[in-house]
Design a protein around this ligand. Structure first.
Ligand code: ADP
Length: 255
């Protein structure tokens, strides 16, 4: 049982999650708004222009899929949206806050409270157990350790890892590590969940379970999810698809 305030129920068919791609949203509900976002990596001589003026609007209450060929800038874009990277040019507003206006400490606090991020390489802390890794966002948000660990164990049970709470990342398979990373990203019920290939190491059943969990916990009024994926199993869960190519959005950037 998931120990969150959100009720989690099994849903029989992925089709039950779908909402019309053409749903009208009021202009005030954007969870994410990017204007003219450009990102350049490297110094003179070895410059890479990873993003070339991206305009993107992500709606609250929706699960947005970000797709495109390897190297087109997907990870760079979601890292900027999550406040993990600064854009070279352009503006990014998340949940009504301009990220550029948040100073270092305020940005860290904003991220900890509002954003969950599932990294492609999971990024679990090797010295912490699965339960301790999962509890990190709660502890950062001021929860007492024992209470945070108890909730983390419940969260791990929800992703089928109740027997792995005390295992360290090196003792877990890739799929198990990925499920810990998803549990960690969801445990504080973030208003914005950003996932980079969250099902890449999961079998069919685990993939279905985590997508149902993501849909039920994170796709709520006032919350939004962005998922970078190549996984066709994930497509059934998407409300909108944004396509990228060569640092630009080529379809779906604005509803
Ligand atoms: P995708 O997620 O679509 O595969 P990325 O956002 O990872 O694409 O990368 C976009 C481009 O930016 C690629 O050419 C990649 O090599 C480059 N890039 C990404 N991160 C860095 C970095 N830290 N330093 C230099 N180049 C980078």
């Amino acid at each position: 049982m998931l120990a969150t305030s959100t009720t989690v129920e099994r849903v029989s068919s992925p089709a039950a999650h779908r909402s019309p791609l053409t749903t009208y949203r009021s202009p005030t509900t954007a969870a994410v708004s990017c204007e003219g976002v450009t990102k350049e990596f490297g110094a003179n001589g070895t410059k890479t222009l990873a993003l070339r003026g991206v305009d993107l609007r992500v709606e609250s209450g929706e699960l947005t899929l970000l797709v495109g060929p390897s190297g087109c800038g997907k990870t760079t874009l979601i890292s900027i949206v999550a406040g993990l990277l600064n854009p070279t040019l352009g503006s990014v507003a998340v949940l009504g806050s301009e990220l550029a206006e948040l100073s270092g400490r305020r940005l860290v606090e904003f991220r900890a409270k509002n954003i969950g991020f599932v990294f492609q390489q999971y990024n679990l802390l090797p010295a912490l157990s699965a339960a301790e890794n999962t509890a990190v966002p709660l502890i950062i948000n001021g929860w007492a350790r024992a209470k945070a660990i108890a909730k983390a164990r419940d969260m791990l049970a929800t992703v089928g890892l109740e027997k792995r709470s005390n295992s360290y990342p090196a003792q877990l398979s890739g799929g198990e590590q990925q499920r810990v990373a998803i549990a960690r990203a969801l445990i504080h019920e973030p208003r914005l969940l950003v996932c980079d290939e969250p099902t890449s190491a999961l079998d069919a059943q685990s993939g279905q379970t985590v997508m149902e969990l993501i849909k039920q916990v994170a796709v709520q009024p006032g919350r939004a999810v962005i998922i970078v994926t190549h996984d066709s199993r994930v497509f059934d869960f998407g409300d909108r698809i944004v396509e990228m190519s060569d640092g630009r959005i080529t379809a779906g950037g604005k509803p």
